[in-house]
Design a protein around this ligand. Structure first.
Ligand code: HDE
Length: 691
């Protein structure tokens, strides 16, 4: 029997002065604490209205709703944030007095936010784009924000060019599209006229820009910073986050299809991993070097378009970050978190990198515009977890009730008023006394003039499939560029990186190669760096991956159980997929609930797939379009597949000729788990050859 519905008449009577409305055991009140009599009906003149202006309860509710949105971030608008902690595993007090690195075992709470750059807040998770990797450390000596990316270099060398770069990649000014895409005229126009972007262009056109998961990407502080130890001695440092699941990417076709199947793919992945207790983890590595070493390199360490090859300075792992708690409220925490490169702590200082120097202004400024007040540091996610005290006062949304008369310093009133007077800190922030000399000039240093050597080093350090992906990506992007002269300008730049790559792209576009652009400085040959390749540094274990198991009525119980057991042992997640969400009846007669409906759970959402079709169900399955796509895509995306004998009908329906990565469920059932982290690159030449 269905529960009796509340009659509108009864509610109306309440509106005229009934019992206060309850919600989860708490009384609903206005923002000012007055118990609300009726949260369903506005106050009307007569039963059928009109509504009275007097209805302050309605007005407050609508007024608040009308103002719920705040401006989205001008870049990195779309992202997801997670709480966790940093733990020091190898202290380095000789290098820095920074609190997180002073003692082994020190734990510092963190909040990390991962983002795309170009798309707006409501765009998709899987465009080709750089990913933001921002971490706020709530240390005992203040908040330290390491606001980095998943790519260790940047497009430009000087902050002066940032607005132009971003204007060019965002939707075009007149038409308001394309959203979350660099494949359009204005971006490539800017890039082709900005040779310093070439190293970053190689990275962005590589698989780094289509990561499989936020959990499977590395992070980089990008700029050179300074470590300062307790004696005031300074060294340069670069920061690296290394995922313990190792970096992994999707294929481009997969990324495109995921965008449709699940625009929230990466945030959902993060959310589900944390919910299931599979906490994402990264090692924090540092590359530390001094000015003398820096002076000997063929690039300038203050130039953010350059990296320091790990073969030259290996990472020293000093700690790990574990993310273990999803925010309670997306808006309050993830949307309102304000990262500031100016948030540094004693022991960490900036370098003179002109890009970093510009960021030191921009972030503070943008938070005022986004969060509306200079007091944004009082929002819980932004507030330091250590004591804070100063004489900055008032302003919009001030929530501290400062006591006493003295709102200036120095003052001698605190003695009388029992206020806390200024107390010397054990460690204070010290600016490295770099000897600045020379006239004021609007110039770019000569040492920033080589734009191609590291781009070439990156390209040549990739495996053949990775190089193919770069060629295919640039060919794809330039095919979306309508202006012929822009395509030519880009190719003219690319010739300085690698002639063969440029020729392949020209062939893919079916246009002639133009003259090479005149380099500002002749590039030098740099040795191949294996650390630059995802494939060469890939994981050897399937941990953290997800497999999709397609079942039908009559699927053998034992097969499902065996895959489940192997997956659990390997730290792999299993999703059961069936034609209907209600699930199937297994061979034994047991019911098996599905995690997803076949039509809504395409194989692009999984790292590997099993098709455990029962003989009686195979003919029907082979007629279903989503089932055909399920296997056709898994095959085209080079994934491991396990199929029952009956399911070979489905493979035949889409003309798949099984190769060594298509396993027989009768003999190699758990191969789907063992190979979940791998792709059969050799298959790519058959299914999707690059130009
Ligand atoms: Fe940012 N960047 N950026 N950026 N950036 C912002 O600050 C800016 C740069 C990065 O999850 C904005 O709070 C300038 C490099 C991340 O909330 C803004 C320049 C790197 C995030 C801004 C750069 C980054 C931002 C927009 C060139 C990697 C997201 C909203 C001088 C090292 C943080 C905001 C989050 C966000 C300015 C270049 C990383 C406008 C002017 C290089 C991860 O202030």
């Amino acid at each position: 029997m269905s529960p009796k519905k509340t009659s509108p008449e009864i509610t109306m009577t309440q509106g005229a002065g009934g019992e206060p409305q309850q919600r989860g055991g708490e009384t609903l009140t206005t923002n000012h604490g007055m118990p609300i009599p009726d949260n369903q009906n506005s106050l009307k003149s007569g039963k059928r209205g009109p509504t009275l202006l007097e209805d302050f309860v309605l007005r407050e509710k609508i007024f608040h709703f009308d103002h719920e949105r705040i401006p989205e971030r001008i870049v990195h608008a779309r992202g997801t944030g997670v709480h966790g902690y940093f733990e020091c595993t190898d202290p380095i007090p000789e290098l820095t007095m920074a609190q997180p690195f002073r003692e082994k075992g020190t734990k510092v709470p963190v909040f990390a936010r991962f983002s795309t750059v170009a798309g707006s807040k409501g765009s998709k998770d899987t465009p080709r784009d750089v990913r933001g990797f921002a971490v706020k450390f709530y240390t005992e000596e203040g908040n330290w924000d390491l606001v980095g990316n998943n790519i260790p270099v940047f497009f430009i060398q000087d902050a002066m060019k940032f607005p132009d770069l971003i204007h060019s990649v965002k939707p075009e000014a007149d038409r308001g599209f394309p959203q979350a895409a660099s494949a359009h005229d204005t971006f490539w126009d800017f890039i082709s006229l900005t040779p310093e972007s070439m190293n970053m262009v190689m990275w962005v056109m590589s698989d780094r820009a289509i990561p499989r998961s936020f959990r499977m990407m590395d992070g980089f502080g990008v700029h050179t910073f300074r470590f300062i130890n307790a004696d005031g001695a300074a060294k340069f440092v670069k920061f690296h986050w290394r995922s313990t699941l190792r970096a992994q990417s999707t294929t481009w076709d997969e990324a495109v299809k995921i965008s449709g199947a699940d625009p929230d793919y990466q945030r959902r992945d993060m959310f589900e991993a944390i919910q299931s207790g599979d906490f994402p983890e990264w090692e924090l590595g540092v590359q530390v070097f001094d000015e003398d070493w820096a002076a000997q390199q063929p690039y300038d360490v203050l130039d953010a378009t350059k990296l320091i090859p790990e073969e030259d300075i290996p990472l020293r792992i000093v700690g790990r970050m574990v993310l273990d708690r999803y925010p309670d409220n997306f808006f309050a925490e993830t949307e309102q978190v304000a990262f500031l490169p100016t948030n540094v702590i004693p022991g960490i200082d900036f370098s003179e990198d002109p890009l970093l120097q510009g960021r030191l202004f921009s972030y503070l400024d943008t938070q005022k515009s986004r969060l509306g007040t200079t007091n944004f540091h009082q929002i819980p996610v932004n507030a330091p977890k250590c004591p804070m005290h100063n004489f900055q006062r008032d302003g919009m949304m001030q929530t501290h009730v400062h006591k006493g008369r003295a709102n200036y310093e120095p003052n001698s009133l605190y003695k009388a008023e029992e206020e806390t007077g200024p107390r010397p800190a054990e460690h204070t922030f010290t600016t490295h006394p770099e000897a600045e000399a020379g006239p004021k000039l609007r110039v770019r240093s000569e040492s920033f003039a080589d734009h191609y050597s590291q781009a070439r080093q990156f390209y040549l350090s990739q495996t053949k499939p990775e190089q193919d992906h770069i060629v295919a990506a640039i060919t794809f992007e330039l095919s979306k560029v309508d202006l012929e002269h822009v395509r030519e300008q880009v190719l003219a730049q690319l010739r300085n990186i690698d002639e063969d790559m440029a020729a392949r792209i020209a062939k893919g576009l079916n246009i002639d190669l133009p003259e090479a652009a005149e380099p500002a400085r002749e590039p030098v040959d740099m040795p191949v760096s294996d650390a630059l390749s995802i494939h060469k540094t890939a994981t050897t274990a399937p941990k953290g991956r997800m497999i999709g198991v397609l079942v039908t009525d009559g699927t053998e119980d034992a097969q499902v159980d065996e895959i489940m057991a192997a997956a659990e042992k390997a730290g792999v997640t299993v999703k059961i997929i069936a034609e209907a969400r209600g699930g199937v009846t297994l061979r034994s007669g047991e019911k098996l609930a599905a995690d997803g409906q076949l039509a809504g759970s395409p194989s692009v959402l999984f790292d590997a797939v099993a098709v455990l079709a029962a003989p009686d169900a195979a003919d029907h399955l082979a007629t279903l379009a989503p089932a055909k796509d399920f296997v056709a895509d898994a095959f085209a995306h080079l994934k491991a597949m396990v199929v029952t004998e009956a399911a070979t009908k489905l493979l035949e329906a889409v003309d798949i000729k099984p190769d060594e990565f298509v396993f027989d469920a009768g003999t190699a059932l758990t191969a789907v788990v063992e190979h979940a982290h791998e792709r059969l690159w050799a298959r790519e030449a058959m299914v999707n050859p690059a130009p």
